[in-house]
Design a protein around this ligand. Sequence first.
Ligand code: DX5
Ligand code: ZN
Length: 221
Amino acid sequence: MQKFQIAPSILSADFARLGEEVDQVLAAGADIVHFDVMDNHYVPNLTIGPMVCKALRDYGISAPIDVHLMVQPVDELIKMFIDAGATYITFHPEASQHLDRSLQLIKDGGCQAGLVFNPGTPLHAMDYVMDKLDMVLLMSVNPGFGGQKFIPGTLDKLREARQKIDASGRQIRLEIDGGVNIDNIRSIAEAGADTFVAGSAIFNTEDYQVTIEKMKAQLAL
Ligand code: DX5
Ligand code: ZN
């Protein structure tokens, strides 16, 4: 198990002041920046692309940027996000015709690679590409929107993913995304997650530091 990390999803940030918002969550104790890319094709919503990732780097954000691609196809955008300064790049297995090739593209670009599993998608796609994975991301809501409710069945799936990761003996982050908040973060950690995406639960609060400290306090118990 790796060190716990809090990953605010900027989907719920004020996009008109994005640089400041990211500065503020990092100053408040966040570890990595979760960057949701939606294409109005793979998911029914449209967000931000590589230009915004590069703009955050140019603005001076040096923290890891965790790019979650909810797009189809993936390979062209993988290349663009490598150039834009991404740290992690994750994509959904059903969005790529050639999983191994897309993962290798990320690794060749010097980024950390990961697969994302929707609530209804089985985990077996990770079995034959373990050696190329730095992260596994389980969606605990259907992708496309912030502010949805955590799907409880994800806890069993987290335990299954944790077993697979531990059996592999590799250092692979297990990230959870969707409906994470102060009240459920502890049970999510107990089920095996080590990286916690939270959008609305952080950005919709007055004081990011208080919220992130409360999340970390739950994880320290
Ligand atoms: C949903 C995105 C999430 C989203 C999470 O498709 O992948 O990262 O921002 O938002 P909350 O934490 O509000 O559920
Ligand atoms: Zn996400």
